[in-house]
Every structure is written in structure tokens, then in C-alpha cells.
Design a protein around this ligand. Structure first.
Ligand code: GLU
Ligand code: MG
Length: 467
């Protein structure tokens, strides 16, 4: 489990001694530096690095970084809110030693996610990792609820030798095909080795549908650890690719047309150690709480897309009949519904049953996405919201009237539509807090302005190599 307490200046009890010993051990293993990573509001992972010898001091006092990145755009332009985006001020980055790993794909380096606090030792209101820690801690304290989560990662593998900015797939075989697996045999074997060495439990890795596309699914963890893992998985995929002369894209839409890269979130709520999605009296053995949790997700999904699909390019991916889940509907193992109910295999259901949320991509900040999804689900659970009838098949085939009668809504078709829904959603805005909610709106508006006048092909190209 992730430590849910905030970092404190001087270090929490025992932290500095632990960091000192770790630093000596890492030096002995040939690690020269530590990558300190966090994800900004636009979904870009930003880093600082420190020499291994500075790990104890970073653990005690943090490492400086401007708060301005909270309103950076994917193109590195800066927007402002009432409180963010100024050149003034500084924050301290605190590595989470529990998550520190030696990077197999980057010899000489270790990696750790950070929490960001102010120089006065206060929580920084735009630190998304701290926000998710708080949401999880509050749910546990107030409602005895815990969560398990995992982020699936899809990515497109291209040739490193492709002309600048272009994507040339590194494989030519059919989707899910054995040819593709052979074509990238060495790369994917090195990837599996790197994941294993870094303690990333892989469930499966396979060639996917789109050009050059692969997918890895990983084991579920507590939400903060799951978000950390998602960032680490991408760092690893990128680093190992580079050593093989390959270049990878996690963009929602590598091309304007066709199937994109998803970042589906698997999520389950637990009370007193029991999975609410199994062993209940509701549909598919869901408990009443699990049904209401799913209903909460569905109710807030249009607004959630401002967080889970945060790029203008996200809406090139969010199209019907491409398994991206663009309708507010749920179904058992239905890959066109936004919320796919997974019961798991008979005999393993108490462990495996969960909800898969599909309209999420890898432009999303995973801490923010998980925090917002959990807040939406909890809103449904607390209110006892009724879960509508399930759907089967592709909701795209339903006529307008039937869809309306069943409460099946198309998710926003543009980032502007998602922002409009987010603005109206008091529950999500208050879950994020005013500083982050304003940052989300300002950054999304900045992204929209940045791509004004681009056609779809130019839009895909603009974000192809950003995430
Ligand atoms: N690539 C699809 C997406 O954009 C998902 C395919 C799948 O279900 O794994 O979400
Ligand atoms: Mg997939």
C-alpha cells in the first residue's frame, strides 16, 4: 500500500536513514542518478534528476521546481489562472522511496515518483499525486472503502529512422498476429525482462489492432501505486524502444483516422477486504454499492472526459465502433460500452471482478484521472444512484429515440464539449478543488486555442510525439 501521509520537511521518521542506506546500495549497483517524475495537468510527465548521492537530502528537504508547470501545455506554452502560471515561487519535490526502482532500460538510472509540497511544508493544491492520496485516504477513513486499479497501456511502435515527425510502423503483420510478435521478438523480450526486474507484474503483452500497435496489461494495485506504475511502464517502454532503434507513441491518435491508443482504467471498490463487484445480490453478482458506483461513473462521464481524454487529439480516438467506449452505457464484457463490467473467471471472481472504464487515454494524468473516476463513483455510491439497464452490442446501432429512452448519451465529440460539461459538474470540480479545477479548464482551453485551424491530420501530427 502507498503511504498516505504527506511528506514533511526534514523527512518522515526513518526516511532519511533509509534514503542514506539506499543511496549507498544504489551507488554500489552502478546507479548514478535518480529521475524524479510527476505528471502535469496537460498529461506530460516532467522530471528533474539528482545524483544518487543527493537522495538523502532530496528525501529530507525535497528538490526545487517551479509551480509554473501546472499550467504548461503539451507544446510547452504557458497559460495562467488566478493562482497558477506565474514565474514566481518554488516547490519541493519529495521522492516516494517505496516506489523507487532501478531502471533496467536506462543503465545508470533509478526512478521515483514525487509528491510536491510548498517551501513552507504545506500541501501544494495542484499536486495531483497528493490529491489522489487524499481522495483514497478520505474514502478509507470515512467509508472503510479501498480501491484496486490498473491502467492498460497501448502504444504504437515506429521506426526510429522515420523522417522527422512521421510515424512508420515497425511491424507489418496482421492485428494480434504472430508475425508481429516475431517481428518485435527481441524488443518485447527485453521489455518483459525490464518489467520483471523493476517489479512490474505483467498480466499480458500482445500485438494490438492499429498500425504498429502493442498493449501491455499489468496487475492491479492501490490507486496511487497504479498511477505510479502507469508512468513507470511508459518510461520503460520508451527507453527499451530507444535501445532497439525504435520510437514509440502513446498519443490517443497517431493518425487522424482509425483505431487509437487507449489507456483503459480497471477499477474496483472494496469494503472491509471484500470486493463490492462480486458476491452481491445485484446484476452479475454486483453488490448494491458496486451498481451505484458504476452508475456514478456513468452519470459523470461527459464531464470526466475533460480529465480522462484531455487532449484535442483525444477526440480523434473517441469515435463510435472503435472499442473506445463513447456512449454512457454499461454492459457485461461489452467493448463498445464506456463501462465494461468484468466478472472474471468462475473460481476467481471475488478477486477479479472490476469495472473497465474505456474513454480514457494516455494523455490523461493518471493521478487526476483515477482521482476523478473514484470521486464520480463515490458520488453514485453515497447517493445510492440506480444503475440503468445494461446494453449489449454496439450502442451506435441504437436510434436516437431508443438511446434517449435508455439513457445512452454520446460522450462529448470535442475537448470544448468536455470542458463545458466539466464546468457544470460541481461534484468533480469540488473533488479536484478550485485550484486544480481551474487549472484543468485553463489548460484545456489553451490546448484548444493552440490547435485552432488545424485539420485532423495536422491535429494528430501535433500531438503524435508529446505523451
Ligand atoms: N484501441 C482501443 C481504444 O482506443 C481499445 C482496444 C481494446 O479494447 O483493447 O480504446
Ligand atoms: Mg487493447
Amino acid at each position: 500500500m502507498t503511504t498516505l501521509a504527506d511528506p514533511v520537511p526534514g523527512g518522515r521518521p526513518g526516511d532519511v536513514e533509509r534514503a542514506t542506506a539506499l543511496s549507498a546500495e544504489l551507488t554500489g549497483r552502478g546507479v548514478h542518478g535518480i529521475v524524479l517524475a510527476y505528471v502535469d495537468t496537460a498529461g506530460i510527465t516532467r522530471v528533474k534528476t539528482v545524483p544518487t548521492a543527493k537522495l538523502a537530502s532530496a528525501t529530507a528537504w525535497g528538490v526545487g521546481m517551479s509551480p509554473v508547470f501546472d499550467t504548461f501545455l503539451a507544446n510547452d506554452h504557458i497559460v495562467t489562472t488566478d493562482v497558477l502560471g506565474s514565474p514566481d515561487g518554488d516547490l519541493r519535490l519529495y521522492p516516494d522511496l517505496d516506489r523507487l526502482v532501478v531502471l533496467s532500460g536506462q543503465p545508470g538510472w533509478a526512478w521515483a515518483p514525487v509528491d510536491r509540497i510548498t517551501q513552507d511544508g504545506q500541501r501544494h493544491p495542484a499536486c495531483t499525486r497528493s490529491l489522489l492520496r487524499r481522495i483514497v485516504a478520505d474514502a478509507e477513513r470515512e467509508q472503510r472503502l479501498t480501491f484496486r486499479a490498473a491502467v492498460e497501456v497501448e502504444w504504437a511502435v515506429g521506426l526510429g529512422s522515420a523522417p522527422d515527425g512521421e510515424f512508420v510502423p515497425a511491424v507489418s503483420g496482421p492485428a494480434y498476429g504472430a508475425i508481429r510478435q516475431v517481428e518485435l521478438s527481441d524488443y518485447t523480450a527485453d521489455l518483459l525482462a525490464a518489467f520483471a526486474a523493476q517489479g512490474v507484474e505483467v498480466d499480458q503483452l500482445h500485438p494490438e489492432y492499429a498500425a504498429g500497435q502493442f498493449e501491455v496489461s499489468v496487475g492491479a494495485l492501490d490507486p496511487v501505486a497504479a498511477a505510479d506504475r502507469s508512468v513507470l511502464v511508459r518510461q520503460t517502454i520508451r527507453a527499451v524502444a530507444q535501445r532497439h532503434g525504435l520510437r514509440v507513441s502513446f498519443a490517443p491518435a497517431v493518425f487522424a483516422e482509425g483505431v487509437g491508443n487507449g489507456g483503459h482504467v480497471h477499477l474496483s471498490a472494496w469494503r472491509d477486504g471484500a470486493n463490492l463487484h462480486s458476491g452481491g445480490e445485484g446484476r452479475y453478482d454486483m453488490t448494491a454499492g458496486a451498481e451505484s458506483f458504476a452508475a456514478g461513473l456513468l452519470a459523470h462521464l461527459p464531464a470526466l472526459t475533460a480529465v480522462t481524454a484531455p487532449s484535442p487529439a483525444s477526440y480523434l480516438r473517441l469515435r463510435p465502433s472503435q472499442w473506445a467506449g463513447v456512449f454512457t452505457a454499461w454492459g457485461l464484457e461489452t467493448r463498445e460500452a464506456a463501462v465494461r463490467v468484468i466478472r472474471g473467471t468462475a473460481g476467481q471472481r471475488a478477486q477479479q471482478a472490476n469495472l473497465e472504464v474505456k474513454p480514457v487515454d494516455l494523455a490523461a494524468n493518471p493521478y487526476l484521472a483515477l482521482g476523478a473516476l473514484i470521486a464520480a463513483g463515490l458520488d453514485g455510491l453515497t447517493a445510492g444512484t440506480a444503475l440503468p439497464e445494461e446494453i449489449t452490442g454496439d450502442p451506435a446501432r441504437l436510434g436516437t429515440e431508443e438511446a434517449a429512452a435508455r439513457g445512452v448519451r454520446r460522450l462529448p465529440v470535442s475537448l470544448a464539449g468536455a470542458v463545458a460539461a466539466f464546468r457544470e459538474d460541481e461534484v468533480l470540480r469540488s473533488a479536484l478543488g478550485p485550484v486544480l479545477a481551474d487549472a484543468v479548464i485553463a489548460v484545456r482551453q489553451g490546448e484548444i486555442a493552440a490547435v485552432d485551424g488545424l485539420d485532423d491530420a495536422q491535429l494528430a501530427a501535433a500531438y503524435r510525439w508529446k505523451y
